[in-house]
Design a protein around this ligand. Structure first.
Ligand SMILES: Cc1cc2nc3c(=O)[nH]c(=O)nc-3n(C[C@H](O)[C@H](O)[C@H](O)COP(=O)(O)OP(=O)(O)OC[C@H]3O[C@@H](n4cnc5c(N)ncnc54)[C@H](O)[C@@H]3O)c2cc1C
Length: 511
């Protein structure tokens, strides 16, 4: 049987990202229709404001103008995640920090510089600052480009902070207008299957029974198809990633408030706080482990963080079920977004994984039911690998911290809570500086440079016996060049707020 009618259930970020990817790809197959059903009775989750640099490529491939995106989604530039107090305050001082930067040196250069930094500078200079000019640019509150830089291009790599609700609306407009995706507002009340367990139709409150050939579950934590209908089991990773609740607020800002060009992630006794500045407000979230902190304590600590802003905001509590489905593709159904799973938002991995999976699905989308068995296997194997690697990367931030001030931090360092795959790599990196070859697959999601910034941002001890392959003279030349490049960037790049205001007024160059 040919696959001609594809439906996406859910119109949050995941649903509309999938709609754009699939809708665009199916323009080449005029016999295939893509429909998205969402219920205005069930609002999207409305959080998820941090992204990673790949999103630029995705938006550009959808034909969305960067200026339009920045205007419509209150978006700002994100060049890093600044991790504050992730190390022991008594050793490294209150307010200790490191940046996980997006701008990365060449991997061969990174190895040499890391060796030098370990030998000579680990106690007097931030690793990020040693490796990349972006550390200083972030600390100065500068943008990664200026108004003359063409859209989606940059002097320094960046992603965005965005308003999740407005982002879904922009993606919806794009998918329906450019890629002929049909949009239905209805509540799916029943899902019907045949004897083989294949989904055959959806019953809706407004349009009765609707039949499709292929079903994409983007119904968020509801997981209407993959869980409630097909009963695909959920694999919890709560023994590894301990936080399971979030308090979320939106903090009003003044039109001339500075906008930090990075996410701030401040650790506390039982989790961390994200602080994301958009052009119109801040999105702030207090993430914690309910086993290690009561809801009352979380509110008190969050109040303290918000200071006098606490009187201007409304708290929303979001429980987080941490883990993912044992299968993401089952029969004629694929789950994406929160329906697929969720890991705490420390490295903004949810939109990233959704985008990654939607692209992967689109590249090998079945034309016929007979292809589904091998495509299903391939998809599940690759995506499971990706999820496992993301778990490893998030856990890394907790298990190499030297904080011991609470049961939460101590438990995070216990061997039994650390995945074997991560433990093996950490063991290797006790003796050797990480290199590109330690990362085998394109499904790693996070690569060498991401690990380097976190490992050495947190003073990971690598007692390497390797020799530095650059002479002192070569190192001097490197840093002389760096100094002039740093100066050039500082002179060229505007303040972040100034650039956002200009883009809203004049727009970026489109070529
Ligand atoms: C606390 C927190 C912080 C986060 N921070 C980040 C971050 O910084 N970066 C990041 O990448 N991600 C983050 N995420 C994840 C991010 O929110 C999600 O990846 C993103 O919003 C996608 O959600 P979704 O589309 O899967 O689900 P939702 O937004 O919940 O959308 C579900 C959709 O399904 C529809 N639906 C449900 N049931 C039915 C039904 N019966 N009939 C019809 N339609 C139905 C709803 O109408 C809705 O349109 C965060 C998540 C949480 C919980």
């Amino acid at each position: 049987m040919d696959i001609k009618r594809v439906v996406i259930v859910g119109g949050g970020t995941a649903g509309w990202l999938a709609a754009n990817h699939l809708g665009k790809a199916m323009l080449a197959r005029s016999d295939v229709s893509v429909t998205l059903i969402e219920s205005s009775d069930v609002p999207p989750i409305g959080v998820g404001e941090g992204t990673v640099p790949d999103i630029r490529h995705t938006l550009s491939s959808f034909g969305i103008s960067e200026s339009e995106f920045i205007r419509e989604c209150d978006a700002t530039f994100k060049q890093s995640i600044k991790f504050v107090n992730w190390m022991d305050k008594h050793v490294h001082g209150d307010g200790n920090f490191f940046h996980h930067l997006f701008d990365v040196p060449h991997s061969a250069e990174a190895k040499v510089l890391t060796k030098r930094w370990l030998d000579n500078h680990s106690s007097d200079k931030h690793y990020g600052d040693y490796l990349s000019p972006q550390h200083q640019i972030c600390e100065l509150g500068l943008a990664p480009k200026d108004i003359t830089t063409p859209q989606y291009q940059a002097d320094l790599a960046y992603a965005y902070h965005l308003n999740a609700g407005k982002f879904a609306q922009l993606l919806a407009k794009n998918a329906t207008q450019k890629f002929a995706v049909e949009h239905i507002d209805a509540n799916v009340t029943e899902v019907n299957c045949n004897n083989d367990g294949m989904i055959t139709s959806l019953k809706t409150d407004k349009f009765g029974q609707l039949q499709f050939d292929f079903y994409i579950d983007c119904s968020g934590f509801n997981s209407l198809l993959i869980d409630k209908t097909l009963n695909v089991p959920f694999k919890s990773v709560s023994d590894t990633l301990l936080v399971d609740k979030a308090l979320v607020v939106q903090v009003p800002t003044e039109p001339d408030d500075e906008i930090p060009p990075y996410t701030i992630a401040t650790a506390h006794q039982a989790g961390w706080i994200w602080d994301i500045a958009l052009s119109s407000r801040r999105g702030v979230g207090f993430v914690y482990s309910s086993k290690h902190m009561s809801d009352e304590d979380a509110v008190t600590k969050f109040d303290k963080y918000l200071g006098n802003k606490k009187n201007e905001v409304e708290y929303r509590q979001i429980p987080m079920k941490v883990g993912y489905r044992e299968k993401f593709w089952h029969k004629n159904c694929v789950a994406l977004g929160l329906a697929q799973g969720f890991l705490e938002p420390l490295e903004a991995t949810s939109i990233l994984l959704t985008d990654f999976c939607a692209k992967f699905l689109t590249q090998r989308f079945p034309t016929n039911v007979s292809q589904m068995e091998y495509l299903e296997q391939r998809f599940n194997q690759s995506m499971q690998y990706a999820w496992e690697r993301v778990v490893d990367f998030i856990k890394l931030h907790y298990c190499i911290s030297d904080r011991t001030d609470s049961a939460f931090w101590k438990e995070n360092r216990e061997n039994k809570s650390i995945p074997i795959s991560l433990n093996k790599r950490l063991k290797l990196w006790e003796d050797f500086i990480p290199v590109k070859d330690d990362f085998f697959s394109q499904f790693e999601v996070f690569f060498l440079e991401n690990f380097l910034f976190v490992l050495y941002g947190m003073n990971y001890k690598t007692a390497t016996e390797e020799k530095c392959t650059m002479s002192d003279a070569e190192i001097k030349t490197h840093f002389d060049r760096r100094e002039s490049y740093d100066k050039y960037l500082r002179n060229k790049l505007p303040k972040h707020r100034e650039l956002i205001d200009k883009i809203k007024k004049y727009g970026l160059q489109t070529i």
